[in-house]
Design a protein around this ligand. Sequence first.
Ligand SMILES: *[C@@H]1O[C@H](CO)[C@@H](O)[C@H](O)[C@H]1NC(C)=O
Length: 548
Amino acid sequence: CSFVKIYKKKKTFLIINQSFKTDYLIFILFFLYSHQLEIRAQVANAFLAKFQLTSEEMSALHAARDGPITEDFFKALGRVKHIHNDVKVLLRTNQQTAGLEIMEQMALLQETSYEQLYRWAQNECRALTQESCDISPVLTQAMESLQDRPVLYKYTLDEFGTARRCAVVRGFIDALTRGGPGGTPRPIEIHSHDPMRYVGDMLAWLHQATASEKEHLEALLKQVSMQGVEENIQEVVGHITEGVCRPLKVRIEQVIVAEPGAVLLYKLSNLLKFYHHTISGIVGTSLAALLTTIEEMHLLSKKMFFNSLSLHASKLMDKIELPPPDLGPTCSLNQTLSLLREVLASHDSSVVPLDARQADFAQVLSCILDPLLQLCTVSASNLGIADMATYMVNSLYMMKTTLALFEFTDKRLEMLEFQIEAHLDTLINDQASYVLTRAGLSYIYNCVQQHKPEQNPLANVPSMDSASLKAAMVQFDRYLSAPDSLMMPQLNFLLSATLKEQIIKQSTELVCRAYEELYAAVMNPSSQYKEPETILQRSPQQVRTLLS
Ligand SMILES: *[C@@H]1O[C@H](CO)[C@@H](O)[C@H](O)[C@H]1NC(C)=O
């Protein structure tokens, strides 16, 4: 209770308390039981005074007509509001007429006061077109007050949005063309030759501006308690940042259509994606025009990126490079893989969410790898079998080592592995027959394999007599003493030492098995060799040991 008034009259005391109910009760009691007219009138007047503004309050309201809004204005307006509400109680007494009059008076006062407050706030907002924007506490209080008049509140907010929109557009153009005060930082357009820097600086500026504008709005609506304030803020930030969309779009489009190359296009698309993500964190998920523009530019740069990859691939197919004499990867394969590496590396460092990155990755890989595989197959088509297998293993191996450095490539790696294995099988078989042929065992081994027990005994098959076998074994022994001397020349072209090892190991195993079969056949009594142990002096185990 802020005040207690004591009316003293003819030894009668009446205490009027701030609490209205108590006031009212005491008033009624006193009114009913007081018989003296004079007292009655005076009490009534005293009470009615509670429903009038003081002259200070009246002048505080009037001052707003041409002066600034002050703290006193809000206090007086608060009183008007209270009186308008409290006076209703009089309507149930015999003071009805007075009550109605007061009510009407207060309603009128409220209307003109809100109107004045609105005009004032509108002017204040209109003036907020500078880049720096100080929200005065009085303006914040005005917005709190205006929420009682939703239409005026909305108009004021619109006015604020329009002014800030102008300020942001002007600020953006200044930052682009003039730079900061005194030229620092330098104008953003100075870097227009460097796409990443240029677009990055523009987006960073807009990110900062969006965050500041949201802060201004939060300061402006700090005391507003009505529902939907958050939405109001998002909507107005969306409106404020709408103005920069055109200048931004025009500039980014210029960068993109200048064809800065696949890697830059990809980096740009990731940069745009990143800022879309961060700015939507400020603006909320609303359909703000700035977000739509950034998304559009993201999609455009991504589309141009994939176009550029496809163009690269189709150029490769237009002019197919033949395998070099060393059966190594072609120049175009190397170039394409280094492009892929650059793209994947820029992808890794981007701040794009995982699932989006994974989807991009799959698309990039199929855009580059599929044509590459086709290219290799076509360019190898005129080679002999061992040359082709060597060339393919080398090319596939290059692809594999490139991909192995990056995430989300497991499936592709597995596929490449599988293709490499298939070509390795060819090389393993070829190397084994290369050895058998040069060790003089090729014909003999064929006869053993094709010989059927019910036919002639093996010893009687032409060129399978013990003298021929002994002669072959001399050659085979030479191989056993220097196994490395019998190697297909293609194996020396293999880029991967590990794969070469694998081929030698597995082909040697095939040679051992062939010797095992030959040995078993010759030792078999039904083959009818005399003293077979003098023909094949080494056991399969001894051969295996010598070759291991
Ligand atoms: C491609 O790269 C591989 C490995 O770096 C290299 O051995 C080969 O010579 C390159 N090919 C061309 C044509 O430059």
